[in-house]
Design a protein around this ligand. Structure first.
Ligand SMILES: [Zn+2]
Length: 286
């Protein structure tokens, strides 16, 4: 009798703590509070990005495995989504449900990619995210802040421009931020950028040459992925390391195709907010 009561008390205590959104015990010691606070400050004060008040301030409730799952499905003979209504991906919070759906499409002859991420513009803290190296955390926060800024503005922009812009802001503004705030992270951030851009460059070449079935371009992309395996941090591996097929290319094209142009628009001299505003205006859906 007593033990049942005791279990109930424990259960209620757990629910209470989970409801408050306190860090899960198993990762609170790797949570670098100062890094998060300084980066969020930079995003709000220096870059003037409009993010929600609770931007990376709260813990994701029920932190089971901290990941989100995106299922991309492409036709096997062309880089094009095979989902209903031209939808680009399905989104899951359960790995099992996602895997069952993936199997269904795979068995019907489609190319699939089950992409997992700890990011997303929900912008909540979770164990996977806080366990990433600092250069990855800076990248993710800048990327998600750009999403919130764009989505909070009046301007509607094309999704592929948006993702490319978020990555370009992360790279350009991240470099600037680290120069002053965390110089010791600059080298790791540079390597992360190199790994990312290597994959984007070779993905773009392969997507461009896809119609001609240029197997050399595919081999070069796979080599770039070997570099991720060798030199990439845990975040880059989670983001990039999947078998190359049409679903992989469908996903990555949303990030890579406009990335280098966005980086050029946002880089160089001049006020960052103005340049970002300009990039958003140029990407407007007409
Ligand atoms: Zn994004």
């Amino acid at each position: 009798m007593h033990s049942i009561h005791f279990k109930n008390v424990l259960l209620w205590l757990f629910l209470f703590v989970a409801g408050l959104g306190l860090p899960a015990q198993h990762c609170s010691e790797v949570y670098d509070t100062a890094l998060f606070q300084r980066t969020v400050n930079f995003i709000k004060s220096n870059l003037q990005l409009k993010v929600r008040d609770n931007f990376y301030m709260q813990w994701k409730p029920h932190d089971s495995d901290s990941m989100y799952y995106y299922l991309y499905v492409s036709k096997p003979d062309t880089i094009q989504t095979a989902l209903d209504g031209n939808r680009v991906f399905y989104y899951f919070t359960s790995a099992d449900t996602a895997a069952i759906q993936e199997q269904f499409y795979r068995e019907s002859g489609m190319h699939t990619l089950l992409y997992k991420t700890a990011g997303t513009s929900g912008a909540e803290l979770n164990c996977k995210l806080v366990g990433y190296p600092a250069e990855a955390i800076v990248f993710i926060l800048l990327h998600e802040a750009t999403h919130q800024h764009i989505r909070g503005s009046e301007t509607k922009i094309n999704y592929a421009f948006e993702e490319a812009m978020c990555d370009a802001v992360a790279v350009v503004a991240g470099r600037k931020y680290l120069r002053k705030a965390h110089p010791s992270l600059r080298k790791a951030f540079r390597l992360q950028t190199m790994v990312l851009e290597g994959v984007y460059k070779h993905s773009n070449n392969y997507i461009d040459g896809y119609a001609t079935f240029n197997s050399g371009l595919k081999i070069r992309l796979e080599k770039a992925l070997k570099t991720v395996e060798k030199n990439g941090n845990a975040f880059m591996k989670d983001r990039m390391l999947y078998p190359v097929n049409n679903a992989y290319l469908r996903r990555i094209s949303d990030y890579s195709v406009h990335y280098f142009r966005m980086k050029k628009l946002l880089g160089g001299k001049g006020d960052f907010s103005n340049k970002l505003h300009q990039a958003i205006e140029l990407s407007k859906i007409k």
